[in-house]
Design a protein around this ligand. Structure first.
Ligand SMILES: [Zn+2]
Length: 83
């Protein structure tokens, strides 16, 4: 549960062979992240010119392979819900 808006949170999981590695908890509703450096409540953080950080500890290209601008479409904020 998100401490700010009460919505359900999610986190990224990655199987690294010797176990599952988890990213920080993040909220797809308000952008809160367990890890302050990824907190997106005040807007999505830029990571260089062409990448953005999301609340799940991910670093995504601003423009996806299919050409959709992630920032413009708000897909980073909603990623945990959409996928
Ligand atoms: Zn929230």
């Amino acid at each position: 549960m998100c401490p700010y808006c009460g919505e359900e949170c999610g986190r990224d999981e990655a199987d690294i062979g010797i176990g599952i590695m988890y990213g920080p908890w993040g909220c797809g509703h308000c952008g809160w992240s367990e890890s302050p450096e990824y907190d997106s409540r005040d807007g999505i953080k830029r990571d260089g010119d062409d990448r953005v950080l999301d609340q799940y500890g991910g670093s995504c290209y601003v423009t996806r392979p299919d050409g959709i601008e992630i920032i413009a479409g708000g897909n980073v904020r909603n990623r945990g819900v959409v996928k």
